[in-house]
Design a protein. Structure first.
Length: 171
């Protein structure tokens, strides 16, 4: 077994980037909440005391919160302000967003594509004259689907609409 190639495959949680609009848009300090839960319905069958029946239902994707230091880039605010206004066809603009995790060698280990993402919350940093910490802004996204791959997958794009079946494309 070649141990030298295995040494580079470990992953630390601090080597990630977020892509919006087909490019890496910012270095983020934190990404929270990425996950999916399949809803279940459990019931007992008469006379069977050592088992229960489990029916699987819809998947529920948890909201993702992205945090980054404030810059002069207004990407977050521009996107959520489009949601707040009802003017124009892009008012409810959805995007596919890639969250990329890299190993120590800079190779993409996993790529999570949030399908049909839309911002639902934006927070400005707390400001204090006595603080010397970095000002952090937050953007919370909800999304309709999730694609996980070990390479950079299609995504990070502004979506023009749903397909004929009513879904957003993952690439």
């Amino acid at each position: 077994m070649n141990t030298s190639s295995r040494e580079l495959n470990y992953v630390t949680a601090n080597r990630f980037y977020v892509e919006m609009e087909s490019s890496i848009t910012a270095c983020f300090t934190e990404c929270q909440g990425l996950g999916v839960t399949v809803k279940t319905e459990k019931f007992s069958e008469g006379g069977v005391n050592d088992q229960q029946r489990v029916l699987l239902s819809q998947a529920e994707f948890s909201d993702v919160t992205l945090k980054r230091g404030i810059t002069n880039d207004l990407t977050f605010w521009t996107w959520i302000s489009q949601i707040l206004s009802n003017v124009g066809s892009n008012a409810k603009q959805r995007r596919n967003v890639n969250i990329l995790l890299f190993n120590q060698a800079g190779e993409t280990m996993q790529c999570w594509t949030l399908i049909g993402a839309v911002p639902i919350s934006w927070k400005a940093p707390s400001l204090s004259a006595e603080s010397n910490t970095v000002a952090i802004e937050e953007l919370t996204l909800t999304y309709e689907g999730l694609k996980v791959d070990t390479t950079r997958s299609g995504g990070a794009s502004i979506l023009s609409g749903r397909d004929s079946a009513g879904y957003f494309s993952s690439n």
